[in-house]
Write a protein that binds this ligand. Structure first.
Ligand code: FAD
Length: 334
């Protein structure tokens, strides 16, 4: 037991001095751990790794702070009654930096692997080698692509009922677009706050599980508008109505709502590692906890198949990744 503790202290001391030992390559550019993504998952992982004596290098990509920086108010992150997404993420970044994490404001374009290490190619053309890599690149929500969608994002248009639904004043009319389980869950959740919820679906049948459909059809506040697509989003400073087009007879109608929740799916940011790891049919990375099918590559947060697409989950997952990365490096040393 004592020996293990001593070895561990030695290991931390060596790596904190950036000393390369035995099995490790002495390439100057090689890192022990690189984190791709600076959202809650990547930043939490960097905080834990920095506190364990490593020097994690975080590639932030185009959006340091991740999806949350666009969110005005977050009410479900423990410890904060209300916090702006930008404030929360800047706090996480500053905490990670003060503990020793290094930030590089570049995007990783591709990753290759040989027996001992990963080689990451950055958008600047620079190449960086690392023994371990965490993929924490999140996911992006599919967009409708109609006029007004960009303009009214966060002004009535949202991709997260759990996040923004409770912020609605009571007795508002809202719409959800989509026909899968997520859309139905969003509609059912919103029915707690809204006076009326319209579920807009482009087909004549829902894709969601039967149990979800039963719940939906039992709910008096929810009305399904079948065979309809959103072709425009209108308002002044805030969303006021949406334009619908019937996909059968092509007629157009206007529906007044104060909130529109888009639930037509998400797209993981994983295409640049699909040559290395197993993914599900939608491209989300399959991971056992955070271990991927590729030795030395870990994944956490929204990019992981089946993960709860919420900040607190991504943060917890990032902490778990740190533990598993640390164990992986430790096993390689011993
Ligand atoms: C509008 C909105 C409101 C939300 N509100 C809430 C809320 O109130 N509460 C809540 O819990 N959750 C909320 N969510 C969900 C929450 O934002 C996500 O679950 C969480 O951000 C996922 O964290 P992540 O670290 O996995 O990924 P992300 O936050 O998506 O971060 C991904 C990071 O990866 C980087 N990246 C991507 N590709 C590359 C690349 N090739 N190279 C380098 N870096 C790359 C990005 O720049 C970014 O820094 C909201 C989401 C949205 C869109």
């Amino acid at each position: 037991m004592r020996t293990i503790c001593y070895d561990r202290i030695l290991f931390i001391a060596l790596r904190s001095k950036n000393v390369m030992v035995n099995t490790m390559s002495n390439a100057e550019n090689e890192k022990e751990v690189v984190i791709v993504g600076a959202g809650p998952a990547g930043l939490t992982c960097s905080i834990y790794l920095a506190r364990s004596g490593l020097v994690p290098v975080v590639f932030t990509g185009d959006v340091p702070g991740g999806q949350l920086i666009k969110t005005d108010v977050i009410e479900n992150f423990p410890g904060f009654h209300e916090v702006s997404g930008n404030d929360l993420m800047m706090k996480m970044m500053s905490q990670a930096e003060s503990l020793g994490a290094k930030f590089i404001y570049e995007r990783v374009d591709s990753i290759s692997r040989d027996d001992n290490h990963f080689r990451l190619k950055l958008n600047s053309g620079t190449e960086v080698d690392s023994r371990t890599v965490l993929i924490a690149t999140g996911a992006t929500h599919k967009k409708i692509g109609c006029p007004g969608e960009e303009e009214f994002t966060n002004k009535g248009v949202s991709w997260c009922a759990t996040c923004d639904g409770p912020l609605l004043k009571e007795n508002k009319r809202v719409a959800v677009v989509g026909g899968g389980n997520t859309a139905l869950m969003e509609a059912l959740f919103l029915s707690k706050f809204a006076s009326k919820v319209f579920l807009i679906h482009r087909r004549s049948a829902l894709r969601a599980d039967k149990i979800m459909q039963d719940r939906l059809f039992r709910n008096d506040k929810i009305e399904v508008i079948w065979n309809s697509e959103i072709v425009g989003i209108l308002g002044d400073n805030f969303l006021k109505s949406i334009l619908l087009m019937n996909s059968i007879d092509k007629s157009e109608s206007r529906l007044d709502v104060s909130g529109l929740f888009i639930a037509i799916g998400t797209v993981p940011v994983s295409s640049f590692v699909q040559n290395l790891v197993d993914t599900d049919e939608d491209g989300y990375i399959k991971a056992a906890n955070t271990l991927t099918s590729c030795n030395g590559m870990f994944a956490a947060g929204d990019v992981v198949s089946g993960s709860l697409k919420q900040a607190v989950f991504a943060a917890g997952n990032g902490a778990l990744a740190a533990k598993q990365i640390d164990e992986y490096l430790w096993m390689r040393l011993s």
